[in-house]
Design a protein around this ligand. Structure first.
Ligand code: ADP
Ligand code: MG
Length: 422
């Protein structure tokens, strides 16, 4: 079965969530993998699915008995009976019985403390290990919010197990924590996938220009000095095509456009060339995205204001999925917003919510009334943009919000006048 068939038939899901496919494919390609995916994404699937496809056992280190139990139940519901949890809940006899019959089990859950016991290690060594999974891997680092000393010893255990293929999973790990994870587990060559609400490796910038003509020139300059590859998003097909001509005239030759007006063969070709590293810059409409699982996109530029906050966040989120530094730049000329449909008011946090985060230092999760995911991301991103602009966070975010909302009102007004005049 292919991974898609497993997803549908074994797990009964219709599509992968962001980051799942990347993680699974990376493991099936034999690469150590560190994946940071938001809570609730389905990180467990990232080892369950490849685990079924690989020969040998899957060891999963989990910090809490409750989490462990939860995952054991999940697997049993899916019809997988070859599951055991080795933890301090087991009686001495039970533990030894389990350890002497390890070949029976496909998925073996362990607390990190278990891996400190020599007889556990030697029992595990007698079993061929397909995959070593460290769940909640941020517990490895003193800088993570939940440091567990026994997690710090997992590198030694991993070595004793013969350095098996390894997957580290977490929902929360900044650069420093991810580097600790790699070091502790001795993962030199690791493929890293970062899909999260807060993407600290993506710098966010907004450049305000005076008139549309300045944009092409500025785009060309930016693309020259930025590390490539990158994506430039446009609101329309024509402007994407024009930008390609302009960039080529200015020496950026490995560039192409992509939009929904092209036939499927041409679109696939561009997609393929981009993934393959044959193109430095793709000038695209929002049609370019689905299926673009490319880790090393170094920049995403918005030539026009995106039509929706969610689209904007999705699009800038295509940068830096390998966890390395990336940048997103919005080129803005007053008036751009008239081009298209506008951002809904409900997509923004209100002023009270903004202040709870920016002035009282609350975590966006704890804000009342609770923020939607889009609102949370809005706050996280613009707080960072504010830092880069060295402005007070509250003022900056409020300004962004008011400006966008005012423009929306202005657009409605113009529409009304236009309809009335007709
Ligand atoms: P995490 O560890 O990332 O917080 P879990 O692995 O516990 O998340 O999964 C959360 C829920 O999402 C589970 O109920 C799981 O069955 C479900 N899930 C996982 N992958 C998918 C998918 N591709 N489509 C729909 N639901 C999924
Ligand atoms: Mg989990």
């Amino acid at each position: 079965m292919t991974i898609d068939e497993h997803l549908h038939h074994t797990f009964g899901f219709s599509s992968f969530r962001p980051g799942q496919r990347e993680t699974i494919e990376s493991l099936l390609n034999g690469r150590h993998t560190l994946s940071m995916l938001p809570t609730g994404t389905g990180k467990s699937l990232c080892y369950q699915l490849p685990g079924l496809m690989l020969d040998g056992a899957v060891l999963i280190v989990s910090p809490l008995l409750s989490l462990m139990q939860d995952q054991v139940e999940q697997l049993k519901i899916k019809g997988e009976k070859r599951v055991i949890a080795l933890n301090s809940f087991l009686q001495y006899e039970e533990k030894h019985a389990a350890l002497s019959q390890l070949e029976q089990y496909k998925f073996i859950f362990l607390s990190p403390e278990m891996l400190q016991l020599p007889y556990v290690i030697s029992a595990l060594c007698a079993r061929s290990i397909a995959l070593f999974v460290v769940d909640e891997a941020h517990c490895i680092s003193q800088w993570g919010y939940d440091f567990r000393p026994d997690y710090g010893l997992l590198g030694k255990a991993r070595k004793e197990l013969g350095n098996p293929l390894t997957l580290a999973l977490t929902a929360t790990a900044d650069k420093k924590v991810r580097s600790d994870i790699r070091k502790t587990l001795c993962l030199d060559d690791v493929s890293e996938w970062v899909f999260s609400v807060n993407r600290p490796n993506i710098a966010i910038d907004i450049e305000v220009l005076q008139e549309p003509l300045e944009k092409q020139k500025r785009l060309q300059e930016i693309v020259h000095f930025l590390q490539k590859p990158g994506i430039v998003y446009f609101s329309g097909r024509k402007s994407a095509e024009e930008a390609v001509v302009y960039l080529k005239q200015h020496g950026i030759t490995r560039t192409a456009f992509y939009h929904g007006g092209m036939d499927i063969g041409d679109r696939l070709l561009i997609q393929h060339q981009f993934l393959n590293g044959d193109l430095d810059v793709v000038c695209a409409t929002s049609a370019f995205g689905m299926g673009i699982n490319k880790g090393n996109v170094r920049f995403v530029i918005h030539y026009h204001l995106p039509s929706q906050m969610e689209a904007y966040l999705q699009e800038i989120g295509r940068a830096g999925r390998d966890g390395k530094p990336a940048i997103s730049i919005l080129l803005y000329v007053p008036g751009d917003e008239k081009l298209h449909e506008f951002i809904a008011e409900s997509e923004f946090p209100d002023e009270g919510q903004i202040r709870q985060v920016t002035e009282y230092g609350l975590h966006p999760r704890d804000v009342q009334p609770p923020l939607s995911e889009t609102q949370e991301r809005f706050l996280v991103h613009y707080a960072k943009a504010a830092d880069q602009h060295r402005e007070s966070r509250a003022t900056f975010i409020k300004d962004v919000r008011t400006t966008l909302l005012e423009r929306k009102a202005e657009k409605r007004f113009q529409m009304k006048r236009w309809i009335e005049a007709d």
